[in-house]
Structure formats: C-alpha cells, structure tokens
Design a protein around this ligand. Structure first.
Ligand code: ATP
Length: 267
C-alpha cells in the first residue's frame, strides 16, 4: 500500500463490498458516472453535491466503499487520517490542509477521503481550542472553493457525527449525509461471501446460513472478516499438523466445523 496522503487508484472493487447496495447506487449517480460522463451532466445542467459524510458504527465499510468508488470511477484516491493532520503537523496543520486540497486538484479526477473527520471538525468553542478552530476555518475555505474543485470529490467518515460542527455539514461542504449501518443477517452472509472469494471454502459451507446465525448478531464487516480469518487459521493449522505422509484424497478446505468452532468461542 502507498504512503498516506499520496494518490493512487485503489484496487478495491464494488464486488469486494458486501451489501451497501443503496450507497453504491448513490455514489454511482453522484460520483462515478459524473466522472465518466462530465459532458452529459453539464448538458443537462445537473448540479449535484460533491461532498459526502459517511457515518455509522466502526468497521462497516466506510473506507472500503470510498476506495471502491475511486476504483470504479478510475479516479485517484487520497487517504487522510483526521487525527494525524492534528498531531503530525503541529502548528502547520492549516498548511497541511491547503497542500492536501491543492494536491487533490492536481491529480483530478480524485476522491479525497478524510477518515475520522470528526477530529478536524469538532464544534467550535468545545474541545480542542484555538488550533482546531483555525484548522476548521481553513478546511471550510477549501471546501467552499467549489469552483476550483472540478473533479475533486470529498468524502468524510466518522463514528461520531454528533461532535462535528454543523457548519461543515452544509451543502457544498460535507453536504450529503449517508448512513452506513451494521449489516442485516442476510447482508452478513453477503459480506462473508465477498471476503471469502479468494479462500478455499468447502463447497458444503453455506455462508448465507452462517451469517444468519444468532452468534453473528451485531457483528460488523470487520468482525466478520476476523471470524473468517480465524476459521481459515483453524483449517490451516489442521492441515499443517496433519500426518503429511498420508496421501490426502480430498483437498484441505475451510469447513463448517471451523466456522462453528470460531462462533462458539465468540458467543
Ligand atoms: P472505521 O470506522 O473503523 O474506520 P470503516 O467503516 O471505515 O471502519 P472499513 O475500514 O471499511 O470500515 O472496514 C474494515 C474491514 O472490514 C474491511 O477492510 C473489510 O475487510 C471488512 N468490511 C467491513 N465492511 C465490509 C463490507 N460491507 N463488505 C466487505 N468487507 C467489509
């Protein structure tokens, strides 16, 4: 993976994202097709938001979908972590913000992704004080430079939108709010399927049925990824500790029993 703050086209595809179909449709209309067919959008005079806020519980695919949007659009992706702007560039964070936006314009079409954006946009007069306030003002100036932002789309992500200054949520800034929920029982299976594509899953394993199990209740996509990883680990250990001299007829795979063992442990 590239160094933070530098642009490249991510290798995450729509098909790597499980569920979140509505979100995908929104981003298709708002970003992907707009980058692919700018003249058509121009001709019909369609004026759409260029700033988005993904909010919701951790580990549910906010980063993943932002990358998939960039990949689908063939756009560059700049990944900024909110707290790092504050910490890494102490005293220079306003300059850092200016530099980031200028870099985004240079490599447009570009998706500028602010992870944990709440760190940069806490309500004025609350935690943070003067430094945070100056930084926020700089961010607003950059977000408002909409005319120069052709081909630059800004996506913020947060687990706690309630601490953000309402000023940043206005149209033209992070104007379109999109909720990224915990997956439903069926979506959990779809996520497992998306994550399992490159793993040797036994043909007898029904990932949709696993996703519906009670033990999976309230698990996020990140949790499901951990479940899959542990099941794979259990299967791998079985293979490595087996009697290697005996000729196996069936190939080693990740089986129902491996999943059961992991789910038993977490429930
Ligand atoms: P955070 O708020 O913690 O930054 P996030 O919402 O940005 O979380 P991601 O970083 O996108 O979550 O997800 C973490 C990992 O969990 C992904 O790399 C992926 O392995 C898995 N994951 C989460 N959601 C999904 C999903 N909808 N489909 C497939 N994988 C998912």
């Amino acid at each position: 993976s590239r160094r933070e703050g530098f642009s490249s086209i991510p290798n995450v595809k729509w098909e790597d994202v499980g569920g979140l179909d509505l979100l995908r449709q929104e981003f298709d209309r708002y970003i992907v097709r707009r980058i692919k067919h700018p003249e058509d959008y121009e001709e019909f005079g369609v004026d759409l938001e260029t700033g988005f806020l993904l909010y919701g519980p951790p580990g549910c695919g906010k980063t993943l979908i932002a990358k998939a949007v960039a990949n689908e659009a063939g756009a560059n992706f700049i990944h900024i972590k909110g707290p790092e702007i504050l910490n890494k560039y102490v005293g220079e964070s306003e300059l850092a913000v200016r530099t980031i936006f200028s870099r985004a314009r240079t490599c447009s079409p570009c998706i500028l992704f602010f992870d944990e954006v709440d760190a940069l946009t806490t309500k004025r007069g609350k935690e943070g004080g003067c430094v945070v306030e100056r930084l926020l003002n700089q961010l607003l100036i950059e977000l408002d430079g909409a005319d120069q932002r052709r081909g630059v789309f800004v996506i913020g992500a947060t687990n706690r939108p309630e601490v953000m200054d309402p000023a940043v949520l206005r149209p033209g800034r992070f104007g379109k709010l999109l909720y990224v929920p915990l997956p439903s029982p069926d979506e959990r299976g779809v996520i497992l399927k998306a994550l399992a594509k490159k793993k040797p899953i036994d043909a007898g394993v029904d990932l949709i049925a696993i996703g519906r199990k009670e033990a999976c209740e309230n698990l996020s996509g990140a949790d499901l990824s951990a479940v899959l990883n542990e099941a794979a680990m259990a299967a791998l250990e079985e293979k490595l500790t087996s009697d290697q001299s005996s000729l196996e007829v069936t190939p080693w795979t990740i089986k129902e029993t491996h999943f059961e063992r992991v789910l038993k442990k977490i429930s």
